[in-house]
Design a protein around this ligand. Structure first.
Ligand code: F0G
Length: 374
């Protein structure tokens, strides 16, 4: 067994990386695909419901998949600094990978609406943190302008290396299941990740097995893609928070708002690409209220032991609703991406989790509480 050293080495033959590139990696990727047991039983779903727990990446979100590629490429091109606008997770990843590479990260964050864990990460990794009196979309505009005048490399998902790294999540799912799932559900902000997954699934479907030898570079022959491609791809479903749902409105939203601050985005950067994903996959977009998102975040943590941040819970919240409506048919396989770890946003968790029971430091008092419960 070979030591796992990150997704670039794992998928090098499928990624645009120069042979002599210095790889900037923190061991990202290879995240668990966890089959849910309790929630499907609760709702009477007879299919297979999985969560891809991207919160277990090194900085606690899927951004690490893209950042290892973007920073490796930036370093290969001689960059001394990278820059991003961020609702928090991209800035945490940029800060960490820049630290690893020995270059500077500039991160533009919105005024106030950033989860504490994400801010703590950017600060600890030594990023130059620029808080603007504006939202993510304003930050993104500024980053584009700054990068035109100054030698800094943008590491937002408009950097094509980001999506190349993120497509590897689809490779892992196909390997784990031996085939693509019937449905893949994701939270959508800029729509970079849903686009990246579609690239990954499409590459699997087209090139999974060698057409002549039937050899498979991913699964060693376990998967269902016999015969050199034409494997199925999943139906892609993207969920937004209803206060930040340009894909539901059909046009940009100027004052996005939601408790799921990670996806508080009104001007998605991968707008056109995401509509193509919907079209090609036969999928759809839908929206959820903040209450639905938070209820599912808590349900997942309390019923399955899996803790994700609010934005991530949008994928599962949407899937559960679409299952209950029959839009996602019973008996199918469904993967929901949990994009970020629950510890990213401790304030939200503490405000809605179980309450603390304060008692005197005596055996009687503690026994009384336990005695009530068992
Ligand atoms: N979930 C989480 C936890 C995120 O941090 C993001 C995006 C998304 C979902 C949406 O992904 O933009 O590819 O559709 N966060 C970015 C950031 C905007 O700055 O961290 P998308």
């Amino acid at each position: 067994s070979q030591r796992y050293t990150g997704l670039i080495e794992r998928y090098r033959d499928r990624l645009p990386v120069a042979d002599d590139a210095r790889l900037i990696s923190l061991g990202e990727g290879a995240t668990p695909l966890i089959r849910l047991h309790n929630i499907p039983r609760d709702i009477g779903f007879g299919g297979e419901l999985y969560v891809k727990y991207e919160g277990l990446n090194p900085t606690g979100s899927f951004k690490d998949r893209g950042m290892t590629m973007a920073v490796t490429q930036a370093v290969a091109e001689g960059a001394k600094a990278i820059i991003c606008a961020s609702t928090g997770n991209t800035s945490a990843a940029a800060a960490a990978y820049a630290a690893r590479a020995g270059i500077t990260a500039f991160v533009l964050i919105p005024d106030g609406k950033i989860a504490m864990g994400k801010l703590a990460q950017a600060m600890m990794h030594g990023a130059r943190i620029i808080q603007i009196a504006g939202n993510f979309d304003a930050g993104m505009r500024l980053v584009r302008e700054v990068a035109e005048q100054t030698p800094v490399t943008i590491v937002n998902s408009i950097n094509p290396y980001r999506l190349q790294g993120q497509k590897t999540a689809a490779f892992e799912i196909v390997e784990d299941l031996g085939r693509a799932p019937d449905y893949h559900c994701l939270p959508v902000g800029n729509a970079g990740n849903i686009t990246a997954h579609w690239i990954g699934y499409s590459e699997c479907a087209a090139t999974h097995h060698d057409a002549v030898t039937k050899a498979c570079s991913y699964c060693g022959g376990r998967c269902a893609y016999a015969g050199g491609g034409n494997g199925e791809r999943p139906t892609m479903v993207g969920y937004q928070a209803n206060g930040s749902a340009p894909f539901l409105r059909g046009s940009m939203v100027d004052e996005p708002d939601t408790v799921a601050t990670a996806i508080r985005i009104g001007h998605p950067q991968s707008w056109d690409a995401a509509w193509v994903v919907r079209e090609e996959s036969g999928g759809w977009f839908d929206e959820l209220t903040d209450e639905e998102i938070l209820a599912t975040q808590k349900q997942l943590a309390a019923r399955e032991g899996v803790f994700c941040e609010p934005a991530s819970a949008a994928s599962l919240a949407g899937a559960l609703r679409d299952i209950s409506r029959g839009r996602i048919a019973d008996g199918t396989s469904v993967v929901c991406t949990l994009t970020g770890h629950g510890l990213k946003d401790p304030d939200i968790a503490i405000s809605q989790g179980s309450k603390i029971e304060t008692v005197p430091a005596t055996l009687d008092a503690v026994s009384a509480v336990i005695g009530e419960a068992v």
